[in-house]
Design a protein around this ligand. Structure first.
Ligand code: SF4
Ligand code: SF4
Length: 146
């Protein structure tokens, strides 16, 4: 659970726009813009992590990444489950889906809401605008083959 005072996404809107416009895993930068775990967090860990924005090494971001799901052989390049590993394994092949940021317990819900309401809504609008095109048929075909 993040601290009760969470990052106001409007105040960091400019940097969030840059983060979500780049083909690079956004989770680490979203984490660093967040408030960190609050005192009521339920994780059983030795270190004091209240207020920390550090990566907890939970691997949620890697589990949520569609690129690593599509190409599981990439995971073999690292035993570590952290945002650093995600950065290394995905690099500039990132789909810009935002799943990693949404799955991270260290990213403030305020930033996650911003991501859903802006970046993901734009992605959905783009997809709907392309509905009926050959590109969508190709996607349907690809999904039906999997
Ligand atoms: S989850 Fe999405 S945004 Fe995050 S690294 Fe993977 S493809 Fe990129
Ligand atoms: S989801 Fe877990 S492993 Fe990924 S950046 Fe957040 S804390 Fe680190």
């Amino acid at each position: 659970m993040p601290t009760r005072v969470q990052t106001d996404p409007i105040k960091v809107r400019r940097i969030l726009r840059i983060i979500f416009s780049q083909s690079r895993p956004p989770v680490a930068r979203c984490r660093l813009l967040s408030s960190g775990m609050g005192p009521a967090h339920m994780l059983k860990v030795d270190e004091e992590i209240v207020g920390s924005k550090a990566c907890l090494g939970c691997g949620n971001c890697m589990d949520a990444c569609p690129l690593l799901a599509r190409e599981p052989q990439r995971r073999l390049r690292s035993d570590v489950r952290s945002s650093m590993a995600l950065e290394t394994l995905v690099a500039e092949d990132c789909d810009r889906c935002g799943n990693c940021a949404l799955a991270c317990p260290q990213v403030d819900p305020t930033i996650k809401h911003y991501l859903v309401q802006t970046h993901l809504a734009e992605g959905m609008a783009e997809l709907l605008a392309r509905a009926g095109t050959e590109e969508i048929y190709a996607l349907d075909l690809m999904l039906s083959l999997n």
